[in-house]
Ligand binder design. Structure first.
Ligand code: CO
Length: 210
């Protein structure tokens, strides 16, 4: 177990190593950030955007919440999204879920957990939308995995419907939207869903399922 002072000591060590290998690293980064990607991921400590994609500071703009949700009245997410699209002009937005997600699994049960119940309602809606398919699966783990994938799909669709994305698509041919699922047991990201920039709102209604 690390103590908090070990975090600070390791930070110093890391900063020194960076300076040795890339002398201009901090000078360049301090001036500006030009990330090409916005990452919307789960808060889970095992799914760290830059670690699992082997990217460096400055490459990915990140928003994380429980179960990587795109909730259309979440002012935090909308602020991040607008800044990423209109100021940073990211070319790709990735919604990345993960198998074994505690939020997904909790949403499949009917226990009351407190405040988080409100948040899990969004996942319960995804379950209801795809109930027939999910309940047809033989095991609990397959049901959880499928809900994880379908949740990513629905959050990508939620993104596409925001006026921030619709406005961007009316003017330019980005950002593209991607749905990915990360495997905790093998460390591999599986791309499962994609909506290309410029897809019309009408087409979104008929967008094919995973
Ligand atoms: Co999770």
């Amino acid at each position: 177990m690390r103590t908090y002072d070990k975090l600070l000591a390791d930070n110093k060590k890391w900063a020194e190593e960076q300076k040795l290998t890339h002398p201009d690293f901090f000078k360049q980064l301090a001036q500006q950030q030009t990330p090409q990607f916005l990452w919307i991921g789960c808060s889970d400590s095992r799914v760290s955007a830059d670690k699992i994609t082997n990217t460096q500071p400055g490459e990915i703009f990140v928003h994380r919440n429980i179960s990587n949700m795109v909730v259309n009245n979440d002012i935090n997410l909308l602020s991040v999204l607008q800044f990423a699209v209109e100021v940073l002009k990211v070319k790709h937005i990735i919604v990345c879920g993960h198998y074994g997600c505690g939020g997904i699994n909790a949403a499949m049960q009917n226990n009351s957990l407190g405040i988080i119940d409100y948040w899990l309602n969004g996942i319960k809606d995804v379950y209801r939308l795809h109930k027939a398919e999910i309940e047809n699966l033989p095991t609990e783990i397959e049901k959880q995995n499928r809900l994880t994938e379908l949740n990513v799909q629905e959050q990508v669709l939620n993104l596409a419907k925001t006026n921030i994305i619709q406005k961007a698509w009316a003017n330019k041919n980005y950002p593209h939207l991607h749905g990915w699922v990360y495997g905790l047991s093998d460390g591999i990201i599986k791309p499962i869903y994609q909506i290309k920039a410029g897809t019309s709102p009408e087409a979104l209604y008929n967008y094919k399922n995973l």
